[in-house]
Design a protein around this ligand. Structure first.
Ligand SMILES: O=c1ccn([C@@H]2O[C@H](COP(=O)(O)O)[C@@H](O)[C@H]2O)c(=O)[nH]1
Length: 236
């Protein structure tokens, strides 16, 4: 059986009404919806909680702090039941281990526990950006280093770009969930995303989930844009 790549639409907005409108238009055409910093800071956790009761949710808050604070943050998720959530791999082994422990306590039933994803290198960064923050070597080296460390520390999966999927699969096998933003349909204008691929190429590379924001939400017809991406994934 061929590998199925699932589609997440990123709803980056400060408006509950806008998020609900998009969810209404998109929920039959995508596999999950992503809320991140913009929605959470503007609309609050009650709004995130309500949303999570209606839709499969990827809660992308990318926690990055000392282990005790990250563990405390995850313990406070309470009634929110995201399907996937994120921390930064660069927070280090102790932070990831504590994040894992906190989730196991907060969600004792493993079938309800969110998939813990560690962000390797943001898809908006290229090699120059990495060098500027003092990382020597290639993006591939850094993704691989962080990816191996994060999985061995208890992360269930990684956020990476499509360009690193083959490398990560060779090193880590097929168990880790690979979630891939930086997706741009052919012909898209360039923007802040640096390590990009089309939906077709990401599916062929073996992404478990792709995350697509602006190509859907800024399109004149978000439903048609999501359906076109699903069609690409089906025929990849
Ligand atoms: O490395 C990363 C990690 C997370 N993201 C998030 O994905 C979406 C992508 O949105 P687009 O509009 O399709 O660029 C966005 O919410 C980011 O926060 C990422 O892009 N890269």
């Amino acid at each position: 059986m061929s590998h199925k790549t699932r589609l997440i639409a990123a709803l980056d907005t400060q408006s509950i009404q806008q998020a609900n409108n998009w969810a209404h238009q998109l929920s039959r055409h995508v596999d999950a919806l992503k809320l991140g910093l913009e929605f959470t800071y503007a609309c609050g956790f009650e709004a995130v909680k309500e949303f999570s009761q209606k839709h499969p949710l990827f809660l992308d808050l990318k926690l990055h702090d000392i282990p005790n604070t990250v563990a405390g943050g995850l313990s406070s998720l309470g009634q929110i039941h995201p399907k996937l959530l994120t921390i930064h791999a660069s927070g280090g082994r102790a932070m990831i281990e504590r994040a894992r422990e906190a989730l196991e306590i907060a969600y004792p039933n493993s079938s309800e526990r969110p998939i813990l994803l560690a962000v390797t290198v943001l898809t908006s960064m290229d090699e120059n950006a990495l060098h500027e923050i003092g990382v020597v070597g290639s993006v591939d080296d850094q993704v691989l280093r962080l990816g191996k460390m994060a999985i061995s520390s208890g992360a269930d999966g990684l956020v990476c770009s499509s360009k690193e999927i083959t490398l990560l699969r060779q090193a880590l096998g097929h168990k880790p969930t690979l979630v891939v933003p930086g997706i741009r349909p052919a012909g898209s204008a360039s923007d802040d995303q640096k390590r990009i691929m089309t939906p077709t190429d990401a599916a062929r590379a073996g992404a478990d989930w792709i995350v697509v924001g602006r190509p859907i939400t800024r399109s004149e017809n978000p439903t048609a844009a999501a359906r076109a991406i699903q069609d690409e994934l089906q025929s990849a």
